[in-house]
Design a binder for this molecule. Structure first.
Ligand SMILES: Nc1ncnc2c1ncn2[C@@H]1O[C@H](COP(=O)(O)OP(=O)(O)OP(=O)(O)O)[C@@H](O)[C@H]1O
Length: 401
């Protein structure tokens, strides 16, 4: 709660500074969102082991979205040609036992995970344990197994995750391979991504320190993955939990967006609705303040989270730095203040070895601040963000030739 207050009230100061400078607008309506945090009965905070604070995952809301018109809504995201032609495969909800490209029964899963042996565990999430296993054809897969505690609720979450994952196919998004709901087991199987999470790399606990070029390319991959979800997938999908622990890296340092447990369908191209109304979910520090305040969700909420992620990628700092002094705790606020004072180079992750051209850094910071702007209308679409990052990457490569 204290952290939320800091995050939100800190952002208010940024608002003032930006308005003064007539620069990029980065305003987060701190007090209103703070009131929302305090008063809104629809959500509560939960502390994860990692010290990241997340909002409670509430499977009760799965599939129960309501829609209404927004006064402050931005333009409707254009529908993609793909969305105009419904895919008959998904015209009705997929039969969950048949979702994905591998068909495997529980006995086979038990066999390849050695009866869910602890030695096969590669991760623990809030709602399940993740195992690495090898199929008979040699492929490695990740298997998320629903916790037995609150099983029915967790099952609903995994089923929703599988349902959404079944609709997507993009190299920057983790691919669903199978889903199994049998007796007291509920399992979701995805491609195995071998090189850990982005956060682990930023923390330097994987091999080596991320080079600047890699950081840019990771950001571009995430932007492409989100662009696909927002405008090219069969139905618009809003991820709602873009954060550095949900970005998985391959051995060749390509990024894939994972963890669709909070993801939800957005508006349809033939609808006049500009947003969906739904309970607040996400990871504290990355959640769009407009969404927190209004409970209205659009793709621009993912854009906000992406802006926070981009700052994290360049600076190495978490959105909320619990152990820093008050004025440094909310990274967005602190970074903007420093940026505004003209200190740009010193904001870059100190672990990074390269010296990056100031102009390149300025462009990235401005883009990130724009993504995290206070109003939806001030935030660019993910597609534009990806294009701008790509242009920055090209210019960066020219400076190091
Ligand atoms: N497809 C995958 N390939 C490789 N590792 C994975 C894969 N999916 C998950 N993991 C590992 O398992 C960990 C837990 O993943 P999971 O999605 O369950 O939880 P989380 O994102 O860390 O937290 P939460 O579910 O509570 O938001 C990840 O941090 C990652 O290290």
């Amino acid at each position: 709660m204290v952290d939320a207050n800091n995050q939100l009230s800190g952002n208010k100061g940024i608002h003032r500074t930006l308005l003064n400078r007539k620069n990029v607008a980065v305003v987060v309506p701190g007090m209103l969102a703070l009131c929302c945090v305090i008063l809104c009965p629809c959500f509560y905070w939960k502390r994860k082991e990692t010290t990241t604070v997340v909002l409670a995952k509430d499977p009760d809301s799965v599939g129960s979205l309501t829609t209404r018109k927004s006064k402050s809504a931005t333009k409707k995201t254009p529908g993609s040609p793909l969305r105009e032609k419904p895919n008959p495969r998904f015209s009705s909800p997929p039969r969950l036992t048949k979702v994905g490209s591998i068909h495997i029964n529980l006995d086979q899963v038990v066999k390849i995970t050695r009866n869910f042996s602890p030695s096969m565990v590669i991760g623990e999430g809030e709602f399940g344990t993740v195992y690495k296993a090898q199929l008979e054809d040699g492929r490695f897969i990740a298997i998320k197994r629903a916790n037995k505690e609150h099983f029915e609720r967790v099952k609903a979450l995994l089923s929703s995750e599988a349902d959404l994952l079944a609709k997507i196919d993009h190299r920057c998004l983790v691919k669903l391979l199978g889903y199994l709901d049998e007796g007291s087991e509920c399992l979701i199987m995805t491609e195995y991504i071998s090189n850990g999470t982005l956060r682990e790399h930023l923390d330097g606990i994987r091999n080596g320190i991320l080079e600047f070029k890699n950081r840019l390319e990771i950001a571009i991959d995430v932007a492409h993955g989100l662009t696909y979800l927002h405008i090219y997938s069969e139905k618009q999908i809003i991820h709602r939990d873009v954060n550095s622990s949900n970005i998985l890296l391959t051995d060749s340092m390509r990024a894939k967006v994972a963890d669709f447990g909070f993801a939800t369908l957005g508006t349809t191209s033939d609808s006049d609705k500009s947003h969906v109304s739904t309970k607040v979910k996400g990871t504290l520090g990355y959640i769009d303040p407009v969404y927190m305040k209004t409970l209205q969700l659009t793709t621009k909420s993912d854009v906000y989270s992406f802006g926070i992620l981009l700052l994290e990628i360049i600076t190495g700092r978490r959105p909320l730095e619990q152990n820093k002094s008050d004025h440094e705790r909310v990274t967005l606020r602190w970074l903007f203040k420093k940026f505004d004072e003209g200190n740009v180079e010193e904001l870059v992750d100190p672990m990074m070895k390269e010296v990056v051209d100031r102009e390149i850094l300025v462009r990235i910071f401005i883009l990130a601040f724009q993504c995290a702007a206070p109003e939806w209308s001030e935030r660019p679409d993910m597609k534009i963000v990806g294009e701008q990052l790509w242009a920055i990457r090209m210019d960066y490569l020219n400076t190091v030739k």
